[in-house]
Ligand binder design. Structure first.
Ligand code: NAP
Length: 438
């Protein structure tokens, strides 16, 4: 029997469990650990609450989780409740699938001012991540600035712009809906240091900005390159740029009919945040882009900002005893292998890029690495005890392990508490989750 422990129950974790099952069938036992009592990682706390169809992928992970050879081991923090070394002594292979939960910093003056947030915190807040549920951003000002030209920037801008009615059917948490209902934000400026041909935003997500009830997107047509140059772009990016062209063509009368403007400001690199104790503006330097690289041109201006959300990417969290590549912000690895017996997958392996589906081939390829190491003898003689050994240790330490069956009770309670039209009302603190399992 092979024993595999996966740390992290998001997409990367469950695709890896699925791949192990497909490879070894009844000859493998897989324990999927999570520090939270609830599974699915970024599907629950990262994917935007108004993108329910994307969240639907968790049904596939549930099929994996409900099989006999896979267990969910929730409410256990690896590195605190149990060490990596201890898990290695119990399982043949350990796979780190903990994603990239920390915000990358801009490293600019004023970044510590009140109401300047990174997207992990802000997205975690509106998605009810227990770590960020108490964030309480101040939405009483008129101007919000969102930094970055990726899909997370789009998520944040869209959530700030939506009316309460537009959240019908979403699982946005009550504390966020309450603040957004009273929000006074009327102008959202998305700052990108490069140009329209360098955006990371994907067409479907960008197109959504055209269909908001009370907000319209604005692009200055002088920022757009010659249309003929779009032909050189790969098809997805070309489609995104065609949306930008449509935004630039929106007549003033339409903007005038909307309460909120979402301005996309290109060639705009933030250099400082200004304000007394709370942010009031962002100092920006104009850039030019040459061979894909942005450089400042020495022209500066201020963008009013009562709220700033920086959406410039993430880095992984250290786990004691697991080698880390500081520069890349992820675990040091060679195609998913950290050391024989210790592997990583998903954002923990490759950094914060790609779609949820990108994690599937990642999971399958890490299982191939493990199979190679098993076959070559690099993992030692075997005979490890797997889950039986962990259960004994959990008992000795008095760990309060949350099982998948417990999670189903928590889920039932969340569904029962849903407001009209919503799929669930999430518990946003760990104690409440644990109480809900009965
Ligand atoms: P991203 O796609 O990598 O975008 C990050 C943005 O931040 C880029 O525009 C980048 O500009 C900018 N940036 C980085 N450092 C900067 C700096 N120092 N100053 C100014 N701007 C800076 O990252 P993301 O938006 O966080 O998304 C992460 C991943 O999740 C992506 O793969 C994304 O597609 C995925 N995601 C998907 C969805 C969806 O499908 N609906 C939703 C959310 C997230 P440069 O290009 O100039 O570096």
């Amino acid at each position: 029997m092979r024993h595999i422990a996966i740390i992290g129950s998001g997409p990367a974790g469950y695709y890896t469990a699925e791949a192990a099952q497909k490879r070894w069938g009844d000859d493998v036992r897989i324990d999927v650990f999570d520090m939270l009592p609830v599974p699915y990682g970024l599907i629950r706390t990262g994917v935007a609450p108004d993108h329910q169809s994307i969240k639907g992928v968790s049904r596939r992970y549930e099929q994996v989780a409900l099989t006999d050879n896979v267990r969910f081991v929730g409410n256990v923090k690896v590195g605190e409740h149990v060490s990596v070394g201890e898990l290695q002594s119990m399982y043949d292979a350990l796979v780190v699938a903990t994603g990239a939960p920390h915000d990358r910093k801009l490293g600019l003056p004023g970044e510590d001012l009140a109401n300047v947030y990174g997207s992990a915190a802000f997205v975690g807040w509106y998605n009810g991540h227990p770590q960020f549920a108490a964030l309480d951003p101040d939405l009483s000002g008129k101007h919000a600035v969102v930094i970055g030209m990726g899909n997370v920037a789009l998520d944040v801008a869209r959530i700030l712009a939506k009316t309460e009615a537009e959240f019908t059917g979403s699982d946005i948490v009550a504390h966020a809906l309450d603040l957004l209902r009273a929000s006074k934000v009327r102008k959202i400026t998305i700052l990108g240091r490069r140009g329209p041909h360098q955006i990371m935003m994907t067409p479907k997500e960008l197109g959504e900005l055209m269909h908001l009830d009370r907000a319209s997107p604005r692009v200055d047509k002088r920022d757009l390159p010659d249309e003929a140059d779009d032909a050189l772009l790969e098809p997805g990016l070309r489609k995104s740029v065609s949306h930008l062209r449509s935004f630039a063509a929106i007549p003033e009368s339409i903007h005038g009919d909307k309460d909120i403007e979402i301005e996309i400001d290109f060639f705009a690199s933030p250099v400082a945040f200004e304000g007394e104790s709370t942010v009031r503006s962002v100092r920006v330097e104009r850039t030019m882009v040459d061979a894909g690289r942005a450089s400042g041109i020495g022209e500066f201006y201020d963008v009013p900002a009562d709220l700033v959300v920086s959406c410039i990417g993430y880095h992984s969290a250290h786990i004691p005893d697991v080698p880390f590549d500081e520069r890349a912000g992820r675990f040091a690895n060679d195609e998913g292998r950290i050391l024989p017996g210790l592997y990583c997958v998903g954002w923990a392996r490759r950094g914060p890029s790609g779609t949820i589906g990108t994690n599937r081939p990642d999971g399958y390829s890490v299982i191939e690495r493990i199979a190679e190491d098993m076959e070559s003898g690099a993992l030692g003689p075997g005979g490890k005890k797997g889950r039986a050994a962990f259960d004994a240790l959990a008992e000795t330490r008095g760990l309060d392990v949350v099982t998948f069956r417990d999670w189903k009770k928590i889920e039932e309670a969340e569904e029962a508490a849903a407001r009209d039209g919503a799929p669930r009302e999430k518990f946003v603190d760990v104690e409440a989750m644990i109480r809900a399992r009965g």
